[in-house]
Design a protein around this ligand. Structure first.
Ligand SMILES: [Ca+2]
Ligand SMILES: [Ca+2]
Length: 220
């Protein structure tokens, strides 16, 4: 039998006790969510992970400004096993800006699928060169394998993924060359930008091996 109230199109107003009960349930649900959120915990797994990378910026007693630049990290699945691997950039000796010891090598760690990683830098051919800063991971040639591009004070390097756990250096761009190219392009188009100004050779050249510290002092 149809409710006469519904037939008349009326509405039934909830009682005060029903509203109170609803509010209490909502507060309890909110409390449970907050309680679950506080249960999230982080644990330092580094000691047992095999990731033993230590950044060496090669800083000197006069603290050149370039020592604050390195430390790029890229997470990539370079071997297509479905697990992210880790790549770190590293600094170099100052003022030579060369990786004169293993402590300056860039590092690639392979994900072992069990919470641990293995340093595969040497096998991959990714020790690097120069004073490295940043890293970008992308498949530049669209072959399904992620490649690496490393930027640095005196060396930019593109590494192509060989599909077998190794990389091949495809090109090396000298920042000064990039600066000259940008300056020519800027003059031709009669435009300017902060990026172009910041990369002017007059500013970058002191950072090169001849006198990198002098430039750092000028900028400090
Ligand atoms: Ca992987
Ligand atoms: Ca590729």
């Amino acid at each position: 039998m149809t409710d006469p109230c519904l037939q008349r199109g009326c509405f039934q107003i909830p009682s005060t006790s029903a509203i109170t009960t609803g509010l209490l349930l909502a507060l309890c649900a909110q409390g449970l969510v907050a309680q679950n959120a506080t249960e999230i915990r982080f644990e330092n797994r580094q000691p047992h992970s095999g990731v033993d990378f230590v950044l060496n910026n090669g800083t000197t007693s006069d603290k050149p400004i370039i020592d604050s630049i390195p430390g790029g990290v890229a997470l990539l699945d370079y071997d297509n096993d479905g697990y992210l691997d880790i790549f770190f950039t590293n600094g170099a000796q100052i003022p030579t800006l060369s990786k004169e010891s293993p402590s300056f090598y860039n590092r690639l760690y392979h994900n072992n699928h069990d919470g641990t990683f293995t340093d595969v830098t040497d096998r991959a051919g990714l020790r690097g060169a120069g004073y490295s800063m940043g890293a970008a991971a992308a498949d530049f040639d669209n072959d399904g394998w992620t490649d690496l591009y490393i930027t640095g004070i005196n060396r930019n390097i593109l590494y192509r993924n060989n599909h077998d756990g190794t990389f091949t250096e495809r090109s090396v761009a000298h920042p000064a060359s990039v600066c000259h190219a940008r300056r020519r392009s800027t003059r031709a188009s009669r435009t300017s930008s902060i990026t172009t100004t910041a990369m002017e050779p007059s500013l970058m050249s002191p950072l090169l091996p001849a006198s990198p510290v002098r430039s750092a002092r000028a900028w400090a």
